[in-house]
Design a binder for this molecule. Structure first.
Ligand code: ADP
Ligand code: MG
Length: 249
């Protein structure tokens, strides 16, 4: 599904991502881990085309999508969530999720103004899909809550809900468990599996090692921009280069 080849990003004199290679199959749960500053978020920004690589390619379902821009990437079915919480201001949770769906809505502006049958049908489908996503995230009871009033954990979930509303094929989750307590993290792990079972392939960047080891089927480890190991959670936990990178030996 995804093929990253020789991906490199140099900022001034700093090589943030260095000749990174990995592939991903549809339906697989892959995590990218590594110490702070290793280049993980930059890697996501390169895949989602928020940044142009210095060199290297990103292919998605056989098509070269390198540097085509975030909107074009989203049209191919790739969305990302952000390491920081997004502020959704004074919209309700349901309205916020509908924002994510909007790009999928085929009704024309005139259709929406004159409320054609087509526009009404699109609106109904959008609403049903938003409710489905909220249900999946365990947020149905919060549909009419103002987004800005949500606690941190639910705000992180809302970021995922908005991304899922666009009906992506691939979702890039940047530290989805950041700041969550252990119960929320356990639910988060279940949620990642549910997302995959819905037919959306997740890639995670994550610091919570217990969560990474329990949810991932394969792990890519990066340090100073370069891949230093790749394997199953069991293989990664025994890898000497990985232990060294984390202990700073
Ligand atoms: P991670 O997500 O693994 O913690 P990042 O990808 O955010 O790491 O950053 C990798 C390195 O690139 C860091 O040294 C960071 O300071 C640097 N970096 C990230 N974005 C930029 C930028 N826009 N300009 C300059 N340096 C950047
Ligand atoms: Mg990061």
């Amino acid at each position: 599904m995804l093929e990253v080849r020789g991906l490199t990003k140099i900022f001034g004199g700093l090589t943030a991502v260095n000749d990174l290679n990995f592939t991903l199959d549809a339906g697989e749960i892959l995590s990218i881990i590594g110490p702070n500053g290793a280049g993980k978020s930059t890697c996501f920004k390169l895949i989602a085309s928020f940044l142009n690589p210095t060199s290297g390619t990103v292919r998605f379902n056989g098509k070269d999508i390198t540097g085509i821009g975030p909107h074009a990437v989203a049209r191919h079915g790739i969305v990302r969530t952000f390491q920081e919480n997004t502020s959704f201001q004074d919209m309700t949770v349901r309205e916020t999720v509908l924002l994510g769906y909007h790009k999928d809505c085929k009704a024309s502006l005139a259709g929406m103004i004159f409320r054609t049958p087509r526009a009404r049908k699109d609106e109904r489908e959008a609403g049903e899909y938003a409710d489905h996503v909220l249900d999946l995230l365990g947020m149905a009871h919060l549909a009419n809550t103002v987004s800005a009033a949500l606690p941190h954990g639910m705000l992180r979930n809302l970021g995922i809900a908005v991304a899922l509303a666009a009906k992506p094929k691939l979702i890039l989750l940047d530290e989805p468990f950041a700041g969550l307590n252990s119960d929320e993290t356990k639910r988060g792990v279940e949620l990642i599996r549910k997302i995959r079972d819905e037919g959306v392939t997740p890639i995670l960047v994550e610091h919570d090692m217990a969560a990474v080891m329990s949810v991932s089927e394969r792990i890519v480890v990066v340090s100073f921009g370069s891949k230093i190991a790749e394997g199953t959670p069991a293989e990664i936990q025994q890898n000497e280069k990985v232990i060294e990178a984390y202990l700073g030996a």
